[in-house]
Design a protein around this ligand. Structure first.
Ligand code: GDP
Length: 299
């Protein structure tokens, strides 16, 4: 909790300051509500969530006296209402094993680090985990993932740079099936510049997977960088279309004032949020606790 609060400090400071400015009067009137809505938008919660929260506050407390503390509490409650339905930890339930988890996202979003964190988390939960280096486009990506696999202590299936990602994934499922692996976490290329190619690549991976297990991929997790603010949201749009996203992990919530974008994502897309990244080490993946996050965001 300490680290989560620490991680979210900038987001929390920003909204908190703005909310403090909003309660210049002691009554929750239209002007104050307007200021609250502006504060929420400035904190990256997005217009839809901001307007919903404003309406809820109006419904429940219009014309009533409200202190700064009460306002923050009320805002936190409404944020939690938005976040709760999307808080869904990743569950390993696939039968037959392995559960195939594709991880997608633009380069730099924290995809590789998140795969390592996720693998570590699953290992801690006593699952057998294997990685597949499906981002064959960048040589560095394969090496980086292999280094993480070593550090986390899990096997990795990889091929040469420029190799066929679908065949890596095929090998991964084969090896995973032989070894009794519970979860196969697959890195994929993050090239959004070339949507067509990425789409074809993912389609091919799906086709190969589907032949081995019609249920696979079981999860398609999009990794988003919170520091990108609203831009992270447009990535959801694109990847939903290109890749059939089933859930989100948002990274870099430490050290950004834009953590409110989590709320915007929840409100606009309703996709499950599995976890959040709050740092660069393998221990820095947190379960997504909606009440705690809401409290931290509202300051
Ligand atoms: P990829 O290109 O999407 O695979 O991104 P990487 O996993 O290589 O991460 C890009 C950079 O972001 C690296 O320097 C990571 O250490 C850093 N990073 C990843 N996740 C987090 C996070 O949750 N918090 C912080 N502060 N940095 C992160």
């Amino acid at each position: 909790t300490e680290r989560l609060f620490g991680g979210f400090k900038k987001t929390s400071d920003r909204l908190s300051e703005n909310l403090t400015t909003a309660v210049s009067t002691a009554t929750l009137d239209d002007a104050t509500l307007e200021e609250v809505e502006d504060a929420l938008i400035m904190s990256d919660l997005g217009p839809a969530a901001a307007s919903r929260i404003r309406e809820k506050l109006k419904e429940k407390r219009f014309g009533l006296q409200i202190s700064e503390r009460e306002l923050k509490k009320a805002v936190a409650d409404e944020i939690a209402e938005i976040l709760r339905p999307v808080a869904k930890p990743l569950e390993i339930t696939a039968f037959p094993r392995p559960q195939v988890i594709l991880v997608i996202g633009v380069n730099g979003s924290g995809k590789t680090t998140t795969i390592a964190k996720l693998a570590h988390w699953l290992v801690e939960e006593d699952y057998e985990v294997m990685l597949a280096a499906g981002d064959t486009f960048r040589a560095a990506a394969i090496e980086q993932l292999a280094t993480w696999a070593d550090r986390v202590g899990v096997p990795i299936v990889k091929g040469p740079q420029g190799g066929d990602p679908a065949s890596i994934v095929f090998d991964g499922v084969k090896a995973g099936t032989d070894r009794g692996t519970d979860a196969l976490v697959v890195d994929t290329a993050g090239r959004l510049q070339n949507k067509r190619e990425l789409m074809d690549e993912l389609a091919k991976i799906r086709k190969v997977l589907g032949r081995l297990n019609p249920e696979a991929p079981h999860d398609v997790i999009l990794v988003l960088d919170a520091t990108n603010g609203q831009n992270a949201l447009s990535q959801i749009d694109v990847f939903k279309e290109v890749a059939g996203v089933t859930g989100l992990i948002m990274t870099k919530l430490d050290g950004t004032a834009r953590g409110g974008v989590l709320v915007a994502a929840a409100e606009q897309y309703g996709l499950p949020i599995h976890a959040i990244g709050v740092g660069e080490t393998i221990d820095d993946l947190r379960p997504f606790d909606p009440d705690l996050v809401a409290k931290v965001i509202a300051g």
